[in-house]
Design a protein around this ligand. Structure first.
Ligand code: ARG
Length: 198
């Protein structure tokens, strides 16, 4: 399993172990299929290449199904709903998506928050960080105006930081699924089957 363990509550470190919803969920699937699970942590934008090149069998990384990714990999049935949300400082003048215009926005490199901000926010200065939490730290330090990131992870990060809030209006609606190599139809069927049972 290729993942990027910088994404609580889906995958993160507890000591030197990668834990979280995806890790538990993948372990449950492997168990159902009588397979051993080995988790490989890597940069988020390496997860799809790892799967499409066969270096990893599955990518489980709170990964949103999107048309660009579907050109390189297949996705299982979906297992969670999410959205991109905006994090700002508590006293920020940014009150909703329209106020992002012309602002500096921190994102995790290669995520849907990155693509959304780059493609949909007029005159945005998109700052790409290798970890989502680094974007949140930059926001706390006043280096950027906002962070765009997945809703569930935003909640975890805001709990850990001082003086930040999540705006109510989401930017997108997304669904997470497991990425599998296009030529691995057999594993896809097995995983969807296990998913349905779980
Ligand atoms: N859902 C977003 C995407 O697919 C962000 C996922 C980030 N996941 C991670 N493990 N860092 O682009």
């Amino acid at each position: 399993m290729a993942t990027n363990a910088e994404f609580p509550p889906f995958e993160y470190y507890d000591g030197d172990e990668v834990v979280g919803i995806d890790a538990e969920f993948a372990a449950a699937i492997a168990d159902k299929l009588g397979m051993d699970l080995k988790i490989e942590d890597m940069a988020f934008d390496s997860v799809i290449p790892a799967v499409s090149s066969g270096k990893a069998d599955i990518g489980v990384a709170g990964m949103t199904v999107d048309p660009d990714r579907l050109e390189s990999v297949n996705f299982s049935d979906t297992y969670a709903d999410a959205s991109q949300v905006i994090i700002v400082k508590e006293d920020s003048a940014i009150a909703g998506p329209a106020d992002l215009e012309g602002k500096s926005i921190g994102v995790q490199l290669g995520t849907t928050g990155d693509t959304y901000s780059s493609e949909n926010v007029k005159d945005a200065k998109v700052e790409q960080y290798s970890k989502g939490f680094e974007a949140v730290q930059a926001l706390t330090q006043g280096k950027i105006d906002a962070v765009v990131i997945d809703s569930h992870t935003a909640k975890e990060f805001v709990k850990e930081a001082e003086g930040l809030k999540i705006l109510d209006e989401p930017l997108t609606e997304e669904e997470y699924a497991i990425a599998i190599a296009k030529d691995n139809k057999e594993l896809m069927e097995k995983i969807n089957d296990a998913l349905a049972k779980l």
